[in-house]
Design a protein around this ligand. Structure first.
Ligand SMILES: [Zn+2]
Length: 549
């Protein structure tokens, strides 16, 4: 009842701020930048042009204190949460890969053996959104327009395209690193549309891979980043230093051929061109029925993992991405019309500092090897449960018990589980870097709106899919064992604080430093598009962003 009243209030205040029923935008463009911290918009701001990120912020509405409101902060869960307005506890995307309790195998969040690749014969295209358990804002747009609205989704990564597109898009396309082509699966279509074929026939990846990645500006101007030669960066195979330039023709053969493109900003150029080809090819935004284009730039994540957030590579990637955004906006101005389309820009998660970098600066941080943790846990439990194998899997900072490892006697099986859970928790708390642990039963009983770290674990914990025990590492720590590079997954702010920018039709100019959750994007778009809310939605619309300029 309370929630209904709140929504009625929101709807009435939005309607009054709109005045008379405003026209929905002709096109919504969702831009997800994989691994983009909010901080980057400030750190690199002085080097951005006027028509890219600065235009989005200057003319649109900026949420400066927007966060992921759950753990784990990964790409699959992030994209699902942006578009469903729900969290993994509801939409079910609990990791990029996760241990599936039913098949007892690790599965990819978009894998589906019912389907086959389309558009590339070389790649694994057994892909669909079947594991996504809520509708998306793109699904709701389809339903509300009797499927007349066009929805097209694209990314370098398969999951970056599949989850935003929802369950019934006109197309979801991702990059095949084996063939250098954009592809899809038989879930969506039996052959790629002619505009995709024509785009693939241009063989742009071959052109890009003849190039050399050099910094856009003279290297001494990258004062917002650390030294170009750095001990914290993972190097490409066959590259003697971590510094520029990246001579792609020399690196291609030993670094995955077409996959190498994804590790350079040229993949952002490629995806931008592909997006504009989609606008033309599908005539998106051409009539009064709103269309939805979902773009997910994966490359900032791939470069960020290898080089870390203080690298010249990351800064250069964002300076170039700023130009991609500018190119996109000016093309949409022409194709759809200024003020006739709406853009939002966000990220699927942030990123941690490189742990060794933190240590070298006397700051807290470190690495905890999941493989070693698992082996030590198995040894620890052995004397308590002689002859029994209790641990099925440790992944995504969750422990899954082998259900058959417990007694078959119904009276003792539950007791065994409680004892094993408590012992596992005790063990975890002896490990350097572990902050806390949470058993399945406490998470199931917890409140969805609970604050603090436990609340974030609850919102990321799916009652059927997640493990028996979740644990969280201390700030600055992550699961891994690599001396260079970095990652993300935690509930801490470096992983949760991301930009949410709204721009264009129906969006007010302004900004807010009030707390906003990633789950607030989808309900905001649903109000703008006048659709019903996604089926599992838990967020709230950002009403201060909506209205006349
Ligand atoms: Zn990543």
């Amino acid at each position: 009842m309370k929630k209904i009243q709140i929504i009625v209030f929101f709807l009435s205040s939005v309607c009054s701020s709109f005045g008379q029923t405003p026209e929905p935008p002709r096109l919504v463009v969702g831009i997800v930048v994989d691994q983009m911290r909010m901080e980057y918009l400030y750190r690199f701001e002085s080097k951005f042009g006027e028509g890219g990120f600065k235009r989005l912020m200057g003319e649109g509405f900026t949420l400066a204190n927007a966060h992921y409101n759950y753990v784990p902060t990964y790409t699959g869960p992030g994209h699902a949460s942006i578009y469903t307005g729900a969290t993994p506890a509801i939409h079910g995307i609990i990791g990029n890969e996760y241990y599936d309790k039913i098949t007892r195998k690790t599965v990819n969040c978009v894998e589906d053996s019912l389907y086959k690749p389309v558009g590339s014969l070389t790649a694994n295209g057994k892909i669909s959104p079947s594991r996504l358990l809520s509708t998306t804002v793109t699904d709701e747009l389809k339903i509300s327009t009797q499927f007349r609205a066009k929805v097209v989704s694209m990314s370098i990564k398969d999951r970056g395209a599949v989850l935003p597109g929802g369950h019934h898009p006109d197309g979801a396309f991702w990059y095949d690193g084996k063939s250098g082509q954009f592809m899809t699966s038989t879930y969506y279509m039996m052959q790629v549309p002619s505009w995709v074929q024509a785009f693939n026939d241009r063989k742009m990846p071959d052109q890009f891979l003849l190039q050399v990645w050099k910094p856009l500006l003279p290297i001494e101007q990258y004062t917002e980043s650390g030294p170009d030669e750095s001990p914290y960066e993972r190097r490409l195979v066959g590259k003697p230093s971590s510094a520029f330039p990246y001579i792609l023709p020399e690196l291609r053969a030993r670094n995955g051929n077409y996959d190498l493109l994804s590790l350079t900003p040229f993949a952002n150029d490629l995806l931008t061109e592909f997006a504009l080809a989609a606008v033309r090819g599908e005539q998106m935004g051409a009539d009064a029925t709103p269309d939805f284009l979902c773009i997910s730039y994966s490359t900032p994540d791939l470069i960020g993992h290898a080089a870390g957030p203080q690298s010249v590579e990351v800064e250069d990637t964002y300076l170039r991405l700023d130009r991609n955004v500018q190119q996109l906006l000016s093309a949409l101005d022409k194709a759809v019309g200024v003020g006739k389309y709406t853009v939002f820009l966000t990220a699927d998660h942030g990123v941690a500092e490189v742990p060794q970098y933190l240590k070298d600066k006397s700051m807290p941080g470190g690495l905890l090897s999941t493989e070693k943790l698992r082996a030590d846990l198995v040894d620890f439990l052995k004397p308590y449960f002689p002859g029994r194998q209790l641990i099925a899997n440790v992944s995504n900072e969750q422990v899954f018990f082998e259900q058959e490892g417990f007694s078959n006697d119904l009276k003792t099986a539950g007791v065994d589980l409680l004892i094993a859970s408590q012992l596992t928790g005790n063990f975890l708390m002896t490990q350097e870097g572990v902050y806390n642990f949470y058993t399945e039963s406490t998470l199931r009983q917890g409140s969805f709106s609970e604050g603090g770290i436990r609340g974030m674990v609850i919102r990321g914990f799916h009652p059927k899919r997640s493990g028996d025990i979740a644990y969280v590492l201390q700030p600055g720590w992550f699961s891994g064992s690599w001396p260079q590079g970095t990652t993300h997954q935690s509930p801490w702010t470096y992983d949760t604080h991301i930009p949410i920018l709204f721009f264009g039709a129906g969006i007010r100019k302004g900004s807010s430093a009030g707390y906003a959750a990633i789950t607030d994007i989808a309900p905001t778009l649903a109000l703008l598009l006048k659709t019903k809310f996604p089926s599992g939605m838990t967020g709230q619309p950002v009403i201060e962003a909506l209205g006349e300029k």
